[in-house]
Design a protein around this ligand. Sequence first.
Ligand code: SF4
Length: 369
Amino acid sequence: MDKPSLSTMDEASLSNALRALDAPAWRAGQLRTATWQPFIGGFGDVRQLPTALREQLEQRVLFSAVDGAVETEADSGNTVKLLCRLVDGLTVETVAMETPARPGSRRRSTVCVSSQVGCAVGCPFCATGRAGLRRSCTAAEIVDQVRTAAFALHRRGLGPATHVVYMGMGEPLANAAATVESLHVLVDHAGLSPRRITVSTSGVVPGVARLAAEAPPVRLAVSLHAATDDLRDRLVPLNRAHPIDELIAAATRYAAQAGRRLTFEWCLIGGVNDTVEQAAGLRRLADATGAHVNVIPMNRIEGSEWGPPPAEVSRAFLAALRGVRVTVRDTRGNEADAACGQLRALLETRREMRADGTLGPPRAPAPTG
Ligand code: SF4
């Protein structure tokens, strides 16, 4: 019998589980609080519970759907990349980023979660897309990435997690049921404000409508990457099913209903989508929707001829966006081998994860040709 996951159990199922163990239902509150404490890594750490009850819960309830994680640090320790192992042995990437307080802005810790193991969208510039889709994550696997990352931050004297972005591996709205359930857990149980959660989509239009109907009013980011359908058909193959006009209309409706500003994500790829004509198209879309634009210079991935544009091309692209709210995102973690979609690919091709969660020695790359 599969054990239920602690983080996604509702109050009734938590109380029932306790009752079945002859424990009072009020223990549910203690358990719920402990679930979201970043210093608690298992039932054994929940000291308020009697030892026997902790042992019984261990047998019947899954404390975390993330079974272990390999951690690498970047950005002087302010970024922690986790390769999270799920109970069936598959792995997903999670990233935790600490941004220290600055004049005018508070400290924040953002956790970037994966919603699927791999991805079926197949964007050619993305390492995750190249590997295809293995399966979708459950809601528990999504929220337990946040708990695992919060635990990793806490051990470093960082955190707690203040923001969550669904921008890791996978297309969250191709896994809409689990995504919506996980959003409710993060808001209702973990106490995160919907304003501090962002779901990023490559353009699953029916999923945007479902988000509007069923989810808390979180922020929506659209991975645009191209301002014309001919280019976007190549960069985000899902565009052939849901072209730009349809996507922008759905995203605009969502933003109006949720009362949130839209964000456009633009991975800037040298010689591909870095022209001033594309910038002008992006500017028109941003002006029409009031969207904020995040420009992310592409990380070069192994085996791909694509990479970031030269500095002068980036400058011209950004100059053509003058007047639009633009953030150029630093691709944190380059020094630790990876950004989104790349950590797992590198580990899978070069190293093996041992059963205890540590990494084996690097292997020579497979011969080619
Ligand atoms: S960029 Fe996003 S949607 Fe495209 S293949 Fe990668 S993970 Fe999937």
